[in-house]
Design a binder for this molecule. Structure first.
Ligand SMILES: [Zn+2]
Length: 325
């Protein structure tokens, strides 16, 4: 942990009788000691701020959105409100804005993973530039930093499933006829990406969506065009995987880079593959990396790879600073 000590950042995990609380808290000094929790549930302690990178359920905005000191983009707050039917209690910003969080000057950057997904960037009193990314689809807007706190959804270099590229050509080919096609896509993230790709490829007809995907798309997208329910008359339908089998359609495709499904897939992901993750580390040029998401072995694998690149890296499960609650 010496590099992190030198950088003036103490990563902390909280543990209850039931196990670890998600994900990580970072304690650092500016004028005062500050602790920012990242993508966690309500810790009911003196945490100064809850940073919510985006509204996917495994980043725990459902719980953190009820804390007054939670912080996320306007779009993430709206997505959380649509998903959970509760009022967002914290403060919001426009992505790209610099904001004051508990007396700390924080810059925000888009990560292009979902609508509203944000990276947070700030400096502590010894000048360490800290960047917390959440999930990332495209790192092009991210700045250089000294400590990178990031994801490893596809972080295992030795796993062929972690090497992929979006196949926009296959998507365009599949939707070319656009009569009676059903696309399987997660309600938040992938469904809006599918609408964007459909409009970009020139389809201007109605798009049918399941209720959750529809309210998220209507609530978050400006140029979504005409949308309707799954039962309405339309040529293309987008539905969550669980609802796809119940839809009658001539052709069905699942939008995913995973290869463990029976339905034909089109390679479209909300994430970077492992080469993208490595490229992000090179671009941001940190002195240290903490890989904090998801669960499973991939963060350890990515941390090992980054260590071999000559950069100090630890996965969340290798961080031993625990506070019992
Ligand atoms: Zn996500």
């Amino acid at each position: 942990m010496k590099p992190l000590y030198d950088l003036g950042v103490l990563p902390v995990r909280y543990r209850t009788g039931k196990g670890f609380k998600p994900h990580i808290s970072l304690t650092f000094k500016t004028e005062k000691n500050r602790t920012f929790a990242v993508d966690t549930t309500n810790l009911r302690n003196s945490t100064d701020a809850y940073l919510i990178t985006h509204a996917h359920s495994d980043h725990h905005g459902k719980s953190a959105m009820l804390c007054e000191n939670s912080v996320c983009s306007e779009e993430t707050a709206r997505a959380l409100e649509i998903l959970y039917g509760k009022k967002f209690a914290g403060s919001t910003f426009r992505i790209g804005d610099a904001i004051d969080i508990s007396g700390v000057h924080v810059k925000t950057y888009p990560t292009h993973h979902t609508i509203g997904s944000t990276a947070f960037f700030w400096e502590n009193e010894v000048g360490t530039r800290i960047l917390v990314t959440g999930d990332v689809k495209d790192a092009k807007d991210l700045p250089k930093c000294d400590l990178l706190v990031t994801e490893a959804n596809y972080g295992d270099y030795d796993d062929p499933a972690c090497h992929f590229q979006d196949d926009i050509g296959a998507f365009r080919e599949a939707v070319k006829e656009h009569d009676d096609i059903a696309l399987g896509a997660y309600s938040f993230g992938k469904a809006q990406r599918a609408v964007h790709l459909l409009r970009e490829s020139g389809y201007s007809g109605k798009i049918g969506m399941d209720p959750t995907s529809l309210s998220l798309t209507e609530g978050l997208m400006e140029n979504a065009g005409q949308l309707c329910g799954l039962d309405d008359d339309c040529g293309i339908r987008i539905a969550a995987l669980a609802k796809l089998s119940g839809i009658k359609a001539t052709k069905k495709y699942l939008l995913t880079c995973r290869r463990d499904h029976k339905v034909p897939t089109i390679s479209i992901s909300d994430h970077m593959d492992v080469n993208g993750l490595i490229g992000m580390v090179e671009q941001c040029a940190p002195q240290a990396v903490i890989v904090y998401h998801p669960s499973g072995h991939r963060p350890v694998k990515l941390a090992a790879y980054i260590n071999k690149m000559g950069v100090y890296a630890r996965a969340l499960e290798q961080i031993n600073n625990c506070i019992e609650m």
